[in-house]
Design a protein around this ligand. Sequence first.
Ligand SMILES: *Cc1c(COP(=O)(O)O)cnc(C)c1O
Length: 222
Amino acid sequence: MSIKNNIEKFTQTLPETCRLIAVSKTQPVDKIREAYDAGQRLFGENKVQELMAKYEALPHDIEWHMIGHLQSNKVKYIAPFIHLIHSVDSAKLLAEIDKQGKKFNRTINCLLQIHIAAEETKFGFSEPEVMQMMESAQFKTFQNVRILGLMGMATLTNDTTQIRNEFRHLKALFDTLKTIRLENVTMAELSMGMSSDYALAVEEGSTYIRVGTAIFGERHQH
Ligand SMILES: *Cc1c(COP(=O)(O)O)cnc(C)c1O
């Protein structure tokens, strides 16, 4: 299957409530261009330098999504153009995004990454941590960030019941947080589902699936 065919398959089968982010990390610019020519406009990257290089090289009507762990000292590079940061995993990072948003006179859209997987290594807030941050006095002072929702990654397993339960758990937290009214929060987006588990994620209420290998094939090594 070509990249074009893969994109078309997704756009024909996804419900209107869910959008496809083509995860182009490690893929060369010409592959991204192929997806772009097939109509794809939302792309996801997980490394700041790679993201900046691709932003420079490709048309500016692309919506760039930062989906990987982000270091505070690198926020300044993507702050001028990033569409949505999916991987906000600390109050410190959010404070820096707010600061850079102010500097560039933008409100930067963010998702809070929640740890839902059984694996220890994945980044993200626990439920009590996210509650605590949103209730903090510091959080209310952020004027140049907008929290649009949550992001999560399920455990890498073949156990679909476990994966479904993890997605359900994230959706339940999303629904709970929706009831908290704050100036800088609009709980509208739920980023969950990758190549191996997007179908389950869509069934459980995902609004953004992040798909790499199912579009581009195996990743190119750096
Ligand atoms: C790489 C990556 C994806 C895409 O993974 P695939 O299995 O290639 O679809 C999705 N989300 C995040 C956070 C990633 O790092």
